[in-house]
Design a protein. Structure first.
Length: 395
């Protein structure tokens, strides 16, 4: 009798290996994408500290973030859309500001250093003659490199130094933005202090709050740029307190106050971090979107409206597209045109028509506190008008 073959599991057939993944073509870099949005033959419009500070003041506006990140000249764009920006510094104010700055920095910055020592000079000897290094160089890149070298040399020297109009570099959306503060003072202990000189008056030791806030945001941008250099300089530290120099009362004599810009610095840093992700905003745009000034007004209008905006009346003093955005907000009846505080109080009601309908009882949930408050206000108004028309004095 023949022996039966041994039983066992069937032989395993080796599984076919999946094909090796093919390398993907390199994705379009952010810089290339922004160049396409700007226009192939259009040079990027440089960002300055004012623009970055204004961007930090309205961090929810994707439109401004994208246009600034792409280097689009918003003034040219606003003109092409038929809503040119009507704000800016007058020639008289410009000349007056330059004259006041020259007065503050005269004689090697003696008066400026005196003011700084009075406000921030505790723990150090009073400055006599501060070193004023030469910062001239070819182009903004050369000036920025020369400024960084001068800051390191002044810190190592351990004395007072005044850098007049230094050039700082800050990376924004993958590209360098060159910034020029009025002055930076190096203390003997290695502290670097930003000096901002403004021509608006400081009356009875106080100035216009809106202007001071703008100066603080602008100075915070300079502090961020200086921190990059200080990180590579032994013994250096960037002060979070900024010296603001203004004319005293109604004279042309300088006075100064100290601004703590830690809050503005944190806000600006967060906004710049968001700005580096503008590729996400650009990816959501329709194919072929461009802000090339050579396009027609209709094409540019469509391109601009494809990017969400966060308009507020404060934009009128800070953004070249503010008049265009205001006209659009008024046409749509958006409550943003009435101000951020009003917008915040109205909750989910986003249009003026919706607010009026809710107040009249035609729309809205009566259990909604906002709707209830609007109806109560409408009832009180109607009662007051009825009393006034009937000759009964309002209480």
């Amino acid at each position: 009798m023949s022996e039966s073959p041994a039983s066992g599991p069937p032989p395993q057939i080796p599984a076919a290996r999946p094909p090796a993944p093919q390398p993907k073509p390199p994705a379009t870099t952010l810089r290339q994408r922004l160049a396409e949005l700007r226009g192939p033959s259009v040079a990027p419009h440089p960002l300055d500290a004012r623009a970055l500070a204004a961007l930090a003041a309205n961090p929810g506006c994707k439109r401004r973030a994208l246009l600034d990140g792409a280097g689009v000249d918003k003034a040219v764009l606003a003109t092409a859309l038929g809503s040119p920006a009507a704000f800016g510094q007058s020639q008289f104010a410009f000349i007056r500001g330059n004259a006041f700055e020259a007065k503050v920095k005269a004689d090697g910055g003696t008066e400026l250093l005196r003011l700084l020592f009075e406000r921030l000079g505790s723990g150090a000897d009073a400055p006599g003659r501060a070193a004023v290094p030469d910062l001239t160089a070819a182009g903004p890149e050369g000036r920025a490199a020369r400024t960084a070298l001068a800051l390191r040399e002044a810190t190592e020297a351990g004395g007072w130094a005044l850098l007049d109009h230094p050039m700082l570099a800050l990376e924004v959306a993958g590209s360098p933005a060159y910034l020029e503060p009025d002055a930076v003072v190096v203390h003997p202990d290695g502290t670097w202090t930003v000096v901002e000189i403004k021509s608006f008056p400081m009356i009875d030791s106080s100035a216009d709050a809106a202007k001071v806030g703008a100066a603080a945001r602008q100075s915070a941008v300079y502090v961020l740029a200086l921190e990059r250099i200080a990180a590579m300089t032994e013994g250096a530290r960037v002060g979070h307190r900024v010296l603001l120099v203004c004319p005293r009362d109604f004279s042309n004599l300088p006075t100064a106050s100290v601004l703590d810009v830690r809050k503005q610095r944190a806000v600006t840093r967060r906004q710049l971090a968001r700005l580096t992700r503008i590729e996400d905003i650009a990816a959501a745009l329709p194919e072929g979107t461009t802000f090339d000034p050579g396009c027609s007004a209709e094409e540019l209008g469509t391109a601009v409206e494809s990017v969400p905006a966060a308009y507020a009346p404060e934009c009128l003093a800070a953004c070249e597209l503010a008049f265009h955005c205001r006209a659009k907000a008024r046409t749509d009846g958006a409550v943003e045109a009435l101000g951020r505080s009003v917008r915040g109080e109205l909750g989910g009601l986003t249009t003026v028509a919706g607010v009026l309908a809710a107040a009249a009882g035609k729309e809205g949930d009566p259990a909604d506190p906002t709707v209830a408050a609007l109806r109560r206000a409408a009832a009180l108004r109607a009662e007051a008008l009825e009393h006034a028309s009937g000759g009964v004095p309002c209480r």
